[in-house]
Design a binder for this molecule. Structure first.
Ligand SMILES: [Fe+2]
Ligand SMILES: [Fe+2]
Length: 181
């Protein structure tokens, strides 16, 4: 991140950490909105307690990044109005296709987030141990969400390969955008 590998024009270590916090804050916000959209549709279904438990963890993740954004004076993404609507719409639309489609959405999103957090953990190396510990903890939660979704029919959803591919592509685009904008 710094030292001999840094080239002129590369972002500084501080800027890189700020970017991480910005994109993670955006991601956790989007995740909370996805689960809110799912619950709006499936709030009385058999999956509701499961979804609610995952939603509560996302709220905890979001609160942690809210705090980091404030403490470190990180400019939040300018795209939060978009994630507000897009996250909720994704959650509600997949939930309208059924509980298994909602689980397929969760599995797809969490798979991308798992890899995203892992790449940040690797990039931090020895730097920022407290932040790194948080990322590791949250990543473990996201993996648990993915496994919960897989255990509850994610792969049996209608048009699952297509749905999963589209959602993963959208999630990666959202990460790319929120890192920069
Ligand atoms: Fe999360
Ligand atoms: Fe999650």
């Amino acid at each position: 991140m710094s030292g001999p590998h840094r080239l002129p024009g590369d972002p500084t270590a501080k800027a890189l950490v700020e970017r991480m916090i910005r994109v993670d804050h955006a991601g956790e916000y989007g995740a909370a909105r996805i689960y809110a959209g799912q619950l709006a549709v499936l709030g009385r279904s058999a999956s509701a307690p499961l979804i609610r438990r995952m939603a509560e963890q996302e709220e905890r993740h979001l609160a942690a990044f809210d705090k980091l954004v404030a403490e470190r004076h990180v400019r939040p993404t300018a795209l939060s109005p978009l994630w507000h609507v897009a996250g909720y719409a994704l959650g509600a639309a997949t939930a309208l296709l059924g509980e298994r489609a909602a689980m397929a959405c969760t599995a797809a999103v969490e798979e991308v987030i798992d890899a995203h957090y892992q790449s940040q953990i690797d990039a931090l190396g020895e730097a920022e141990p407290a932040l790194k510990a948080k990322l590791e903890e949250f990543r473990a939660n996201e993996i648990e969400h993915r496994d919960t979704a897989l255990a509850h029919g994610a792969e049996a959803a209608p048009a699952q390969p297509l749905l999963a591919a589209a959602i993963k592509a959208g999630s990666r685009l959202a990460i790319w955008l929120s890192t920069r904008i």
